[in-house]
Design a protein around this ligand. Sequence first.
Ligand SMILES: Nc1ncnc2c1ncn2[C@@H]1O[C@H](COP(=O)(O)OP(=O)(O)OP(=O)(O)O)[C@@H](O)[C@H]1O
Length: 261
Amino acid sequence: MTIQSSNSLALAGVSFSYGKAGLLTRQAPQQVLHSIDLRITSGTTTGLVGESGSGKSTIAKLLLGLATPSSGHVLLNDKPLNALSRLDLAKTLQMVFQDPYSSLNPRITIIEILTAPLRVHGVGDTASRRKGALRMMEAVGLTPEFAQRYPKELSGGQRQRVAIARALMLQPKIIICDEPTSALDVSVQSQILNLLLDLQREFNLGYLFISHNLAVVQHISDDIVVLQAGRVVERGEAQAVYFKPVHAYTRQLISAALTPP
Ligand SMILES: Nc1ncnc2c1ncn2[C@@H]1O[C@H](COP(=O)(O)OP(=O)(O)OP(=O)(O)O)[C@@H](O)[C@H]1O
């Protein structure tokens, strides 16, 4: 039996404003997040749902250390995230983006895309990186023939499998999935969601699953946090939030998710 270590990434009382007021700027800073508490833990999925502009991407930026809270803290295992080196951060936290068409470099082959994170961080030698990439391709359901292909030769679902494999190359503990299925055909969406669930079990990953679609979030999440205009208006166990919503905004998101576009 292997004992898997538990990791958590958290926002504790985080507020955030874009733009700083200064002598030369008339515009007041715009506060877009208000005292947010959020936790992502190994082996579980926290769903983050809200309409466009509610602050979901800003939360992702703060978790990735790409922005600094105006107040409050970003904590990895209850210690400040900014204490981590670039390599340790990359080994802890990775991101899968919405659009598998623009997130992969079209000029390099799949094997080069997958070995790049190891090369950039000086991990392993050429042979071990290649071996690791082929192993990860297998884990995401891509046969070895894909290694020498270019992104344009792949379908949207296959590209998203590559993007997921790339995110896993440094064996991170936590993955931020930002609308990872919304650019895909409906028939492929559930395959990718099921792949994410399989990989979570295999690698004990913690996910923050960001989406505007509460039906999709409910399918994959253990807990759901509902964000409206930068404030958490509802949170709880996924089934409870989806089937017994308390807040009117949550009910609105559910009916939007059930209405065909
Ligand atoms: N770089 C920026 N400068 C100023 N304001 C910004 C910036 N980025 C986002 N905002 C504002 O912050 C608020 C939250 O935006 P954010 O992109 O985090 O929302 P979101 O929920 O991720 O939306 P979407 O689903 O459309 O990506 C919005 O009012 C947006 O206009």
